[in-house]
Design a protein around this ligand. Sequence first.
Ligand code: ADP
Length: 270
Amino acid sequence: ITYIPHLDDTDSQIVLGFFALTSDISDRKAIERMKDEFISVVSHELRTPLTSIHSSLKILATRKLGSLSSKGQRMLQIADEQTERLVRLVNNVLDLQRIQSGKVKMNKKACNATDLMIEAVQTMQAMAQEQKIKLLVEPVSWTVWADHDYIVQTLTNLISNAIKFSPCNTTVWLSATREQQNPPQQPTITQITFAVKDRGQGIPSDRIETIFERFQQVDSSDSRKKGGTGLGLAICRQIVEGHGGQIWAESCFKEGSTFYFTLPELINSE
Ligand code: ADP
């Protein structure tokens, strides 16, 4: 703080308080930044050896393991599953850090909304079939201005969660709606709202906003039981906000959830 207050001047003392607060905030920001950098360096250093351990375990698991007892095979399977989880965690941390730092350039172009939903559904079809969950897409004819790969990743994350947190023999629906706003004396804004709806376990109302923050899970044992990392929704939020959109959820505890996000419509595309 370079400001020297006149002690007999009350206004100056108020201003000094403001500087102290600013300095406190910037200290906290610096600490946050250092923490993020530390996590990212550690994750980066972990990725190469972890990927190599994971590939070796995969090769071992697919060979005929006559010499291994059933207990040995089970241990190999656990090692494989847990390494896969670590690889996922490290990749998620790095993804989030890259997007957050603004180093990632969104490659935006015209994308058909239905094609984005169908591509994400195709990616998740095997997981859905395994859990006996039906994935349905309601086709629409709109075009959005978006980075194709990142939006497919966002939809994929939301579908993956919907499957993970739903019972067997239920359906997950994907749809999109169009909203038009006409601000006075300004060009009309149209945006497309995507929705991923499930009939799963739902989210308690006091957690509906915090789940978009890093490492926030309604049930902390989910990362072990369901292989989650608590980073998926934080990544989705960064991607959507990088498109100037918003993401939120509505849910009825024990009845199901709907996740929404908005993207700008490509004007004059129809
Ligand atoms: P995770 O890797 O745990 O899925 P996410 O950031 O994607 O991390 O989600 C954070 C938490 O939000 C989840 O652990 C879960 O508690 C809750 N959640 C997300 N999607 C759903 C859903 N469709 N139904 C119920 N809970 C959900």
